[in-house]
Design a protein around this ligand. Structure first.
Ligand code: AR6
Length: 238
């Protein structure tokens, strides 16, 4: 059974239901209600998502592999492999688009993340950011409005999870709030393991915070209101 956009809560719904909570840290950006309606966190199998495009965490050959790449190729069938063979691979930090074949998703964007190397942290960060930018640009060029990301480089390629989550969220936020990103109506961050869920639940509220809680009324200000309520309830006692 495939999972549609209507089945997946947006961030404003997740905050309202209590699935997602504000951070105890100061958010990096102000609350933006319309933006929170364009973002989702989904835990599950990306191959089940009925969206315009899912983003595969591929390798430079684009011919399949393990992890999410293997799952996507298995679910899409041999025709995906056949189309990938025509693409002549892909550079690290870039992405290429194919059809989705037997997947419920119309397209697959194959992004090639960096193999993490802590001695080249800055270069890896640039390449990972470029995967998100290129994928979002491909979605816009192809007039796609919904896109689901897998956690590029955070599995076999060993990218430190929280650092990768920050890059994914900052790059996506910058893109969606720029003019070129206005046609994207939904970005779904698909997470699989509980460590991924925890990382996103911790970091999402920094980039996409909920509406600030209404401030508590001051004690002395509350007093007259209480009194007048009492009077309303017992007019005959006056
Ligand atoms: N749906 C959603 N997420 C998944 C799924 C799934 N079905 N399966 C795994 N994940 P990885 P990488 C998560 O290793 O680090 C391949 O061999 C997984 O838990 O798939 O970029 C390629 O061919 C993790 O959070 O990708 C490359 O050679 C995330 O997907 C290499 O691995 C990415 O983990 C790429 O390594």
């Amino acid at each position: 059974m495939s999972v549609t956009l209507a089945d997946i809560d947006t961030l404003d719904q997740a905050y309202a239901s209590g699935d997602l909570e504000a951070s105890s840290k100061e958010p990096l950006f102000a609350h933006d209600e319309s933006l929170n309606k364009r973002i989702s966190l989904y835990r599950g199998d990306i191959t089940k998502l009925e969206v315009d495009a899912i983003v595969n965490a591929a390798n430079r050959s684009l011919l399949g592999g393990g992890g999410v790449d293997g799952a996507i190729h298995r679910a899409a069938g041999d025709e995906l492999y056949d189309e990938c063979k025509t693409l002549d691979g892909c550079a690290t930090g870039s992405a290429k688009i194919t059809k989705g074949y037997k997947l419920p998703s119309k397209h697959v964007i194959h992004a090639v993340g960096p193999i993490y190397d802590d001695e080249e942290d800055e270069r890896c960060a640039k390449l990972l950011k470029s995967c998100y930018d290129t994928s979002l640009e491909l979605a816009v060029e192809n007039k796609l409005s919904s896109i689901a990301f897998s956690g590029i480089s955070t599995g076999i390629y060993g990218y430190p999870l929280d650092a990768a989550t920050h890059i994914a969220l900052r790059t996506t936020r910058d893109f969606l709030t720029s003019e070129k990103g206005s046609s994207i109506s939904r970005v779904i961050f698909t997470v699989f393991r509980s460590i991924d869920v925890n990382s996103y639940k911790k970091i999402l509220p920094l980039y996409f915070p909920p509406a600030p809680a209404p401030s508590e009324p001051k004690e002395d200000a509350a007093q007259p209101a209480e009194e007048s309520k009492e009077k309303e309830k017992t007019p005959s006692a006056i």
